[in-house]
Design a protein around this ligand. Structure first.
Ligand code: UDP
Ligand code: MG
Length: 217
């Protein structure tokens, strides 16, 4: 598959914007991404959801992916990156929230080298483990990995492999940290403030069609 963008994230003369949405399991990434989609017109790509869809589609990798998710392990990068790249190409959009990815350094390196895209910033949901555990055990979405045994493994992988990715971007000044323990609406106020300042930077209001200007705060 061809690379869609060059080093400046350019695609057909337009800038592709990718925001990585990171945070522990149950920190509220998916919930807040749905809000961001509504308000700011991004396409939400959850790496976990893409992997679960891949299992359902009966793909040859399905069984392997399923057992890795059950164990809280990180699926090989080339599989996840391919799914993300396909979804980006199919969307027709040029603004993406990539939720729950990259989960380790290898994920990050593979994404950057395969797509040539560097994230605009990382939206990081900071939440204590006991709050995340409570949310995971009460969300009842029928997920095979929302049980105490797998949750423990996911937390361990998160601490050991995923937090270093946040630290990497943090050292580049590219992380916007959110206090994710608050109520959904209060968290979204903080998220909105971050995206509003980014929109100003990327596309000033006067560049939007008049019909959209009225909706801008
Ligand atoms: N997963 C993965 N690579 C990814 C994203 C998810 O291997 O880039 C797997 C991993 O096993 C993880 C599971 O999918 O534990 C569930 O991820 P999801 O992001 O859906 O969970 P959340 O953190 O949102 O609860
Ligand atoms: Mg999720």
């Amino acid at each position: 598959m061809g690379t869609v963008v060059d080093a400046q994230n350019m695609k057909y003369g337009r800038k592709v914007i990718v925001v990585f949405v990171l945070g522990g399991p149950g920190s509220g990434k998916g919930t807040q991404c749905a809000n961001i989609v509504q308000h700011f017109g991004y396409t939400h790509l959850s790496a976990g959801d893409l992997l679960r869809a891949e299992i359902k589609s009966g793909s040859e990798n399905g069984t392997m992916i399923q057992s890795m998710i059950k164990e809280g392990k990180i699926v090989p990068s080339e599989i996840t990156v391919k799914l993300l790249q396909q979804a980006m190409q199919e969307s027709g959009n040029d603004k993406f929230l990539i939720d729950g990815f990259p989960r380790n350094e290898e994920n990050r390196e593979t994404f950057e080298s395969v797509t040539g895209i560097a994230p605009e910033f990382v939206l990081f949901f900071d939440c204590p483990e006991e709050e995340m555990e409570k949310r995971l055990l009460s969300r009842k979405q029928g997920r095979e990995d929302d049980n105490m045994e797998t949750i423990r493994k996911r937390f361990k992988v998160y601490m050991e492999s995923s937090l270093p990715v946040v630290e990497y971007y943090s050292s580049k000044g590219n992380v916007r940290k959110i206090d994710a323990v608050k109520q959904v609406d209060a968290v979204f106020e903080d998220v909105k403030a971050i995206f509003n300042s980014t929109i100003e930077k990327v596309a000033p209001y006067e560049d939007f069609p008049t019909s959209l200007n009225t909706k801008m705060p």
